[in-house]
Design a protein around this ligand. Sequence first.
Ligand code: A3D
Length: 311
Amino acid sequence: MSQPKISLIGGGQIGGNLALIAAQKELGDVTIFDIPKAEGMVKGKALDLMQLRPHDGYDSNISGTSNWNDLKNTDVFIITAGIPRKPGMNREDLLEINLGIMKDVAKNIKEQAPNSFVIVISNPLDAMVYTFYKVSGFSKNKVVGMAGALDSARFRTFLAMETGCSVQDITCMVLGGHGDTMVPITRLATIGGVPLEELIPSDRLDEIVERTRFAGGEIVKLFGNGSAYYAPAQSAIEMAESYLKDKKRVIPCASLCEGEFGINGYFIGVPSVIGSGGVEKILEFDLKDEEKAALDNTLEAVKNTVKETGL
Ligand code: A3D
């Protein structure tokens, strides 16, 4: 039986880690694609990962290429093509360069694998996933952005660090755009089923929410020359795995809203069910007034960036 085909567009920091995790989980055969200038780099990474197989015992094949024809019949694409942030930059500063790249990638993916499932990671995320959707003409359930999975993981991490409890037992979700206006829904966060708001004083919780909003920037500042890659890679793999194995995981993702939460025509972080049909459903629930106001605020930020795409 042939293995699912996973193609990674962009073989940089996140791309390399995506390849490693996808192979270790034996999700399928992995091809890392990058521009011709970086072909040696992705071929080298692929070979290095192949040589890790005897230690880890996985049988997935990993290859590198800069030829779009090698990506025919791909089942899942994960796109990280573009440039990451440097200190002092916000995600929107990447738009000019990454927009041109995303348009080109969308055209090529449409040509090579029009029935694939596509996960976008490149920033500014909400505008890049919108760009892919518009240019490719893919159906809305086959295009999704990875952001909420990471933002929620960051929130869970900080809550685990605060309480000393296992991160496995912390559930929460972060909605909205992937920027400083994102909306952690503290009301629904629990630790082992116990409401978080009963365990952490509200002023301390506010500080943790604030740290979550700027968690990406905290790492950019520490690195000095790029942005996070381990956790972003794992977050996207969780989404790809749910699609390939029809797990129907509920993951906050940038999905196209058509009326959900009062939002129309924009990709924004909402709880999404991912199965073999792609984004099969968005789980809608009643928001409190202040949560709705926060979501409206984040939507404005998303709209402003999307407007700049000119699409
Ligand atoms: P980096 O290590 O620079 O890798 C990007 C790769 O894209 C490089 O190898 C480039 O050569 C390649 N590339 C450029 N143009 C093309 C093209 N036309 N086709 C194919 N490949 C191309 O960056 P990274 O992996 O650290 O980050 C990648 C992107 O993810 C950036 O835009 C980041 O801002 C973004 N990012 C998003 C999140 C989210 O949570 C949404 C988190 C972290 C990073």
